[in-house]
Design a protein. Sequence first.
Length: 455
Amino acid sequence: MRISLTRKQLIFPAIAAGILCLFVLIKTARKPERIDVAERITAVRVIQAPRLAVVPRVIGYGHIQAGQEWQAVTEVSGQIVEINPHFKKGGLLAKGDMLVRIDPAKRLTARRQSTADVNKLLAQLRELEQTEKDTRHSLEVEQKSLALYRKDYERMRSLMDSGTIARSEMESTERQLLTQENKVQSYRSTLNGIPAQKQALLANIAASRSRLEEAEIDLGKTYISAPFDCRITEVSVEKGQAVSSGQTIAKADSIGLSEAVAQMPLYMFRYVVPRGANPIAQGEKLDTETFQRFLSLDALVRIELGNDTITWKGHVARMNDSIDSVTRTIGVYVAVEDSYIKAEPGKRPPLLPNMYCEVELRGKPIDPAITIPRSALHGDTVYVMNADNRLELRKVSVDFPQGHIAVLRSGLEEGEQVVLTDVIPAMENMLLNPVTDEKVLEAVKREALGEGDVR
């Protein structure tokens, strides 16, 4: 029992010693040093906001088709007696080259018959003209004879009145006068009928000549030739085959004109359309020429061939009649001329139907506006460094984005420092250490001028 009490008593001195040591340590401890923390400076890339006349551009994708398609349709019936050896699918034919010839025998016979009819009627006309000439001459002679008969009649009448001759002699002279008048009247009637006969002959000649011309036309229709430089896409006839009128024997595509049909995003296409007054509202005629003159769009057609990109220049020919209900895009037809002539074997192939292509349209430069890299946009906010090198979060209004740039409508002034670095976290009034990025500024200027890729 004594031992336990002694141990309990020993605890209290130990506690007192601990408290004493703690008190001494507190009293003798050094106060913590106060260190002032400097403001953090963030390094950023910046450019001065330029005011540029941006060339609006829009990209669309589609395919190549022939600018002209032709169907060879027979206009006469008959047997194919001759055929061009190159008249096969894929064959190239120049304008005027023969495709096929239909047996012309029937048309040659019709031409000869019509020619004979015309010559016969012309001979009858010449005969009638000679008859008219002879009749007029005979009429003049008979009229002179009639004048003599009338004088003789008057003389005989005077003699009869004086009783010198008998009445029977007078009547004989009168009968001769009447006979002569009848001859004169007969010639006059003949001459009066000649104009009608001539008119009938001339009408028959005109009809025969029309039949001759028709025979010539039908003869020409037996020779079917290419209307323009073309590539044959379909052949459905062989030599010796009989064809009927109105039968399609071939199809061909023009090699002089190609069209790229591309679907353009409507929300981007509107930016390349010239801004200003509607020419139709100003009284101009609504036609394709007015439309093309108003748009004045440059067009580039690109074909990807492995690692190479082939570019062709063209012009906007027309637009589709409606908006695509699925993609909400508008079809644009770009015409490219003479791709076969301008082709370079092994380097630059011609434009062939169904080639996949990219089409870029370029409008006229817009009025100068503030243009910044698209990456500098954070929603509707742009990071701007003020004169004190501090960050401002500036609200801006975007006119339209294009490729890697954005054209602003308001919110920035020319020369203001635009922060390109994506600062995280971005806090208003934070201190910045700027470094001007000249490469980005040059890239913005080049793209605004229509250089570089806008995809």
